[in-house]
Design a protein around this ligand. Structure first.
Ligand SMILES: [Zn+2]
Length: 367
């Protein structure tokens, strides 16, 4: 601030002394430099605008098959290829504390089968941490589990002791533990639903066991696991899911017909009929419904009495009773009295899946 005080009164001497002027100060225009790319700007606002548009803040990103991964743990259940991975806005990456080039990282990840790994990605703005847990089962272990399953259960009566023996025989197959859990829960569910095979579970507990099986088998992509999921979904009247089970064509076809009756047509996967497969244990009601569905139309009429009977049986679940009512309504339409038909259809009016179907049946009769 000194330069404009060129004249200073040195005291009270009456006069004034001229102090030589300081050399003129040439003011440089103030420049504002971008801290990122050194571009220069004449105003704070110009630099701010530049910085905002030219250097958007980006966090480093990790993508698996095009999906951004979050910072919470990602569990990987199926084998991945090196080309499935992508890095975004990432200048440096380390895996478990060791710096790696992206290619090496992707190759290493493609080889992971089991275990927990921490990736740290960084750029000039941020560091991001990603946790990956690999739970990719070994094929030989999955196959071994299926061998034991076939030996114990196919075409055999099912009992609690068999399920225990199965669990015991497969417990060393560490990478197949979800598969094992899912299959066991399914089998316990079948026993509970049918109240057979020495089960201690009550009838209502079948649902919880089936749900646990669905949860455990969620990521298991094997024909047996898919078929079990299909049976459970069929049992729960989730027909769309059951109709997509290419591994069990009869089940898929039946589910697809029920989906149509429920007013939600599901595309059944077209599958060439395979050779007769050994049968895996299923609950009695599903077994009955599937065999009814396979009958020729001539023989369907003969089943009406049994359908009527099970549709009122407390041993059948609400979902299975609803399926029996629908079959009765379809097959009894041309040979039973309208009174009877009306009475049966009314029983479906409160059903979550088939209420619309029942309304249509009743409407048709009033026309
Ligand atoms: Zn810049």
């Amino acid at each position: 601030m000194a330069w404009y005080l060129n004249f200073i009164d040195p005291g009270n001497a009456g006069g004034s002394v001229s102090i030589p002027e300081s050399p003129p100060v040439v003011l440089q225009p103030i420049v504002y430099e971008c801290p990122r790319c050194s571009a220069q700007f004449g105003s704070v606002q110009a630099r701010r605008d530049h910085f905002f548009t030219a250097h958007p803040y980006r966090k480093p990103e990790l993508l698996l098959r095009g999906q951004l991964l979050g910072n919470s743990e990602t569990v990987i259940h199926a084998p991945v290829q090196a080309t499935d991975w992508l890095l975004g806005s990432c200048h440096r990456v380390s895996m478990n504390g060791r710096m790696m080039a992206p290619d090496e990282l992707f190759q290493t990840l493609a080889e992971c089968r089991q275990g927990f790994h921490v990736l740290e990605l960084s750029n000039q703005d941020a560091n991001e941490r990603f946790e990956l847990r690999f739970c990719i089962p070994e094929l030989v272990e999955l196959q071994r589990l299926e061998d034991v399953f076939n030996t114990l259960f196919l075409d055999n009566e099912l009992s609690v002791d068999d399920v225990r023996r199965f669990a015991e025989a497969c417990k060393s197959l560490k990478t197949a533990n979800e598969y094992l859990e899912g299959v066991c829960q399914y089998l316990y569910g079948v026993l509970a639903k049918d109240q057979r095979g020495g089960t201690q579970l009550s009838h209502v507990q079948y649902k919880e066991r089936f749900n646990r099986a669905l949860e455990a088998l969620r990521h298991v992509e094997r024909p047996l696991a898919r078929t079990i999921r299909g049976i459970i979904n069929f049992s729960f009247n989730s027909f769309a899911q059951a109709a997509s089970q290419a591994d069990a064509p009869a089940l898929a076809a039946a589910a697809s017909r029920f989906a149509g009756w429920a007013g939600k047509p599901a595309k059944s996967c077209v599958v060439e009929l395979q050779e007769a497969q050994a049968r895996l244990p299923i609950d009695h009601a599903t077994d009955r419904v599937l065999s009814w569905m396979a009958l020729s139309s001539k023989r369907q009429e003969r089943e009406l009495d049994e359908l009527q009977q099970v549709s009122a049986s407390p041993l059948w679940t609400a979902e299975d009773r609803a399926k029996a009512l629908v079959l009765w309504s379809e097959w009894g339409r041309n040979c039973r009295s309208t009174d009877e038909l009306r009475r049966m259809a009314r029983r479906l009016l409160n059903d979550a899946i088939f209420a619309g179907y029942a309304e249509q049946v009743l409407e048709r009769m009033n026309q």
